[in-house]
Design a protein around this ligand. Structure first.
Ligand SMILES: Cc1cc2nc3c(=O)[nH]c(=O)nc-3n(C[C@H](O)[C@H](O)[C@H](O)COP(=O)(O)OP(=O)(O)OC[C@H]3O[C@@H](n4cnc5c(N)ncnc54)[C@H](O)[C@@H]3O)c2cc1C
Length: 505
């Protein structure tokens, strides 16, 4: 049986739950949230590795409509963020809408009925509107290393941590030096016999001003909620002021680079190790990582930094591209996610019978980060070019929720059975503007390769402006940017059943 709903939200991370709350606020209760896992939380359910925490302060990395006066730390850990999302789910009464164990396998646009037919592992759904919040960092990417199948030990990705496997006393190989790896390394180092870090590119690392939020601060936030908002505003403002340096004047980041070099020099005394850990690209080109414990962990005698990527595995021997060999019992891949080739795009079949992945073969592009041409009434949360290098993704999610709410309002005003399809010209114009602005940014000019860039070297992930600019750009849906589709009127049946006539709207 097919359950028909007004809106199907896919995913129950910050994006999906935020969409659900917003739908209810808009008075829409006829919706489901389809989630492949068995609980909410997205990123913060899946990433349970030791040391996992946010790298944007918690008072900013949370919903503006659900402030939490009780964050335990300035940068809270995974378990607290996950608990926060469970709390949001209960507070806003979202449980009746959740459909767990429903992995979306395929969704197809039905041009006659003006709706999406959705096949999931937990049943079939039909929806007038789809809000795709499947997350940019949701599907782990494991490199196809020759010989991986010959490795006799345990292998897992940072986002699928094997908690049944005790790493105490083991020889662990950590592959990658991204945001997850720099949290994992210091958490593992004290307990393992040897930790070998395979580093293709060293990250820039700055100190992290992390501390417990005092009881007095929390009491103040509870008694005077305006103080939580003021704290959030301050955190937002500081980050907003940094944006120009990332997007227009990357040379201004030279000052920050000098601070990062000082941080490295103070932490790593061995000149050879320091040389291996010194990046050769402009700070900010890859995400600036925050840690007080990463460098000290790397300086410990049980840690080896191999300044070369993993290229081959021969049994329990891992071989780097420069020929360095290391023995390991466990391999942990901190190698990121399918970002510019997100699997959900293979599963969305639009009006022309093309998948979203086919439509995006030259690079992802969506009008205001939300709508792709040929995919009517489908919108993404954290779609193309909505990522941030220095601030909270929740700000961008909330902007997209404003857009979603206005989109649904517009459909209601239009009345009848209607759908909106982004005009190709509007998508191209938006994308051309984004790409033009991208040319000056540190992400494109900083001399690094990063997961922000796709296989064609195009930056289809990051927003090249401030979060307030994006907020303004997504406040309202401009109907001129969309083609209005109307469902054909039902086929009239002659009384004797002999003939049928089609009536067009
Ligand atoms: C370790 C880590 C730390 C991070 N730290 C920060 C930070 O400090 N600050 C920051 O701004 N951002 C951070 N991010 C980015 C983070 O991903 C976003 O901030 C945000 O959590 C994304 O929310 P989302 O709902 O869009 O996606 P997710 O949280 O990834 O949720 C997507 C959901 O969709 C579900 N799903 C996917 N495909 C399907 C399908 N086919 N069918 C059904 N369900 C599906 C998934 O199971 C998941 O529950 C971090 C990311 C990671 C991985």
């Amino acid at each position: 049986m097919t359950e028909h709903v007004r809106v199907a939200v896919i995913g129950s991370g910050f994006g999906g739950l935020g969409a659900a709350v917003r739908l209810r606020r808009e008075g829409i209760t006829d919706f489901v949230v389809l989630e492949r896992a068995d609980s909410v939380g997205g990123t913060w359910r899946d990433n349970s590795y030791p040391g996992c925490a946010c790298d944007v302060p918690s008072h900013l990395y949370s919903f503006s409509f659900a402030p939490n006066p009780d964050w335990p730390r300035t940068f809270s850990g995974q378990e607290h963020i996950r608990a926060y999302l469970e709390h949001v789910t209960d507070t806003f009464g979202l449980r009746p809408h959740l459909r767990f164990g429903c992995e979306v396998r395929r969704m197809t646009w039905d041009a006659q009925e003006l709706r999406w037919d959705i096949e999931t592992s937990g049943g079939r759904y039909a929806a007038d509107v789809v809000v795709s919040a499947t997350g940019p960092l949701s599907d782990p990417k494991v490199p196809d290393v020759p010989g991986l199948d010959t490795f006799p030990g345990t292998v897992f990705h940072s986002a699928r941590w094997d908690h049944g496997h005790d790493l105490t006393g083991k020889r662990v190989a950590m592959i990658g030096t991204g945001a997850s790896a720099i949290q994992i390394v210091p958490a593992l180092q004290p307990g393992v016999s040897r930790l070998t870090l395979f580093q293709r590119t060293p990250p820039w690392v700055m100190p992290r001003v992390d501390r417990a939020v005092s009881g007095a601060e929390r009491a103040l936030h509870r008694a005077l909620p305006v103080t939580t908002r003021m704290r959030r505003g301050l955190l937002w403002g500081i980050r907003e002021l940094q944006v120009q340096a990332f997007t227009k004047h990357p040379n201004e980041l030279g000052f920050v680079e000098r601070l990062a070099k000082l941080n490295l020099a103070l932490s790593i005394k061995d000149p050879a190790l320091r040389a291996r850990l010194t990046p050769d690209y402009r700070i900010g080109c890859k995400r600036i990582l925050l840690s007080n414990s990463y460098y000290p962990a790397l300086a410990q005698p049980n840690v080896d930094v191999v300044a070369s990527g993993l290229s081959e595995i021969r049994g329990s021997t891992l071989v780097a591209a420069d020929g360095t060999e290391a023995e390991a019992d466990v391999i942990v891949f901190g190698t990121g996610f399918h970002v510019t080739d997100m699997p959900i795009a293979e599963r969305v079949v639009g009006a022309g019978g093309q998948t979203l992945a086919e439509s995006w073969k030259d690079g992802m592009a969506a009008l205001r980060g939300a709508s792709a041409a040929g995919f009517p009434n489908w919108m993404s949360i954290i779609g193309p070019n909505t990522g941030l290098g220095n601030s909270s993704m929740i700000l961008m999610i909330e902007s997209q929720l404003n857009y979603m709410a206005d989109y649904l309002r517009q459909l209601r005003v239009l009345g009848g059975r209607a759908a909106l399809d982004a005009r190709p010209g509007a998508v191209d114009a938006w994308n051309a503007c984004v790409q033009e602005r991208m040319k000056r940014t540190v992400w494109n000019t900083g001399g690094c390769t990063s997961w922000y860039l796709d296989a064609n070297g195009r930056n289809t992930t990051v927003w090249p402006g401030t979060t307030s600019e994006f907020r303004r750009a997504t406040r309202r849906v401009d109907l001129a940017e969309y083609e209005l589709l109307r469902a054909p009127a039902p086929v009239a049946q002659a009384p004797d059943g002999a003939g049928k006539s089609e009536v067009t709207a």
